[in-house]
Every structure is written in structure tokens, then in C-alpha cells.
Design a protein around this ligand. Structure first.
Ligand SMILES: [Zn+2]
Length: 140
């Protein structure tokens, strides 16, 4: 965009990304246990992003469809977010022209948690499900 790495690193304080995900319709969502495949996927994502997900005693829901949700199985939306604070270590990497992977790995050592991690937390909390997350971010 014609902006130098130095300009970005010296002027940007915090980066926020957001996706809107559909919430499950509470009237018709069907509760069930996570499959082994789903559990493994979630644990893999956790490993990739240095995050521990606790699936103990947690359930997921299938979208079914009813009159309230116009047969979609989802009703209303919620924002999933990631916040990246540009601390000194991140600024240095940007000035050096580091790759996005290097920057991400460094940020994960601090408070940064990726969008996908926020999405998975919303799945574990039963707000949405993996099918919906997969429509917004490729996870499989
Ligand atoms: Zn419904």
C-alpha cells in the first residue's frame, strides 16, 4: 500500500480483526457429544495456537431449523475477534520485514489469541458450532 514497515510499526498500536458468526437457534439446536474427530480437531487447533481447550463435560449442537430461525438452525449473530497489540518485540519484527508466520509465533508468546481460538471458544460454549466456523474460516 506504499506504507513502509517502519511507518506501520511506529503508528499502529493495536490491530483488531472480526468476523460475524451465526449463533445457534436456541429453540431447535440439538445437543450432542463432540465426535472424536471434532475433539481431535479442536485439540490440534489448540496445539497450533498454544491454547488449551477444555472439552471436559462440554457438548456441541447441531443446527436443525424451526419457525423462529426460518429453518436455518441459526438465529442472530455474534462477533468473533482477535486483538494484536504491537508490543516492542512485534514492532521490531515488522521493521525487519519478518513474515506473518514469524510475527504470529512471536505474538502467541504474549497475549495474542487468533480469531480461530475465539471461534472455538464460542463452539465450546455452545453459542455456535464447527459447521458455522468452517463457513467463515477454513478449519478442516
Ligand atoms: Zn430454530
Amino acid at each position: 500500500m506504499g506504507i513502509s514497515n517502519y511507518d506501520i510499526s511506529s503508528t499502529v498500536g493495536t490491530l483488531v480483526s472480526q468476523r460475524l458468526v451465526r449463533k445457534l437457534c436456541k429453540k431447535c439446536a440439538k445437543k450432542r457429544e463432540f465426535t472424536e474427530k471434532e475433539k481431535n480437531l479442536i485439540l490440534q487447533i489448540g496445539e497450533r495456537y498454544n491454547t488449551k481447550f477444555d472439552l471436559e463435560g462440554k457438548y456441541t449442537y447441531d443446527a436443525v431449523g424451526c419457525k423462529q430461525c426460518n429453518n436455518s438452525g441459526y438465529y442472530e449473530r455474534i462477533g468473533a475477534f482477535e486483538v494484536l497489540s504491537l508490543e516492542d518485540n512485534i514492532r521490531e519484527l515488522i521493521v525487519k520485514g519478518a513474515s506473518s508466520i514469524e510475527i504470529r509465533n512471536e505474538a502467541l508468546k504474549g497475549s495474542y489469541r487468533p480469531l480461530l481460538v475465539d471461534c472455538i471458544n464460542k463452539v465450546i460454549d455452545g453459542i455456535t458450532n464447527l459447521d458455522e466456523i468452517d463457513r467463515k474460516i477454513i478449519i478442516y
